[in-house]
Ligand binder design. Sequence first.
Ligand code: PMP
Length: 387
Amino acid sequence: METPRTFISQRAHNVDASGIRKVFDLAAKMKNPINLSIGLPDFDVPEIAKQAAAGAINAGHNRYTQTQGIAPLRQRLRADLSNEFSRDVGEVLITSGVSGALLLAILAVVDPGDEVIFLDPYFVMYKHLLTMAGGKSVIVDSYPDFRFDPDRVEKVITPRTKMLILNSPSNPTGIVMSEPEIRSAVDLARKHNLLILSDEIYEPFLYESGKWKVESGETTSSSPLTTLYSPLSLYENTLVVRGFSKSHAMTGWRVGYAFGPAEVVAQMTKLQQYTFVCAPSPFQEAALAALDVDMSAHVADYRRKRDIAYSMLSAKFEIEKPGGAFYIFPKAPARMTASAFVERAIAANVLIIPGNVFSERDTHFRISYATSDDTLRRGCEILLSLV
Ligand code: PMP
């Protein structure tokens, strides 16, 4: 008898999502968990943006937009970014979330067999998108401090290496690359002629050298107050992707953007035409309105939550202090895999994510502190009691 035909592509088979599925399966069995696993803000979309979205829908902005996005949003971002980088950043392409930008960037740049380097731990999507594109993920261990070590990276560069992905502030570690680290990454990229893809989706969430309003008197940080140090300030072959999902809690509205080398942005625009077509029309209008909202109070809240999580957990766990995003990545107790510790935490009703979802290692776990102070404190207390 003939075996039934499988319609599934090798490409789909090659994407292995078993790690995260196990976590979802465990989570589904929990009743009312203390959830420290969520990768999105716990505040809601700003009211002004909601009204702009509803207004756009009611005003009939429900059709396709130009492939590259609505002109007022593109122009506004180009002006703001050109101001930030003290030079014209060129065309800004509006994408379907940062995920959309990442997919288009990889499709535009990576040929089958091309190698792309990124640090371990990493945001999982990089690996899977590269698999889909036929590229090769070259993953460089950055334990135990999660810093960019140019020697470790240079060792794996080959003639097939085309791109280096940086993600600062990082998911899952919350680590922010310092200026010297960025410089060393740029030096390598320049020397070996690599494109840098800089995933800056957590750019507003900076706690040490962030956009602190000194005049508000909220900061006690002694470090210099600057914006994120982006490789684009040093190296023109940098494609930056940013978005509204985290900064304005619009994860479901799917608006991101990309800017950098004109040639890459033009190819991404062409590919968007035959894939996503455009980012959602009313939410592009809403994103434009959102740019006028001051989100610094939320950043201040998250800095406080970072401090709560770090000060409580560092009593018993080995942790690199995160400087941004809303994650912290402690090491599991000695002689225990992170997966085993996560199972223990889940049995105690605290949902956290084992590091092997983001890493080749199973030694650490990710906590998202984007939750109420009370939930965070209760969760940390339980985790401490499990050591
Ligand atoms: N990059 C990183 C590092 C992320 O953490 C995420 C979301 N978890 C994304 C990109 C994708 O963001 P979006 O929802 O805008 O597609």
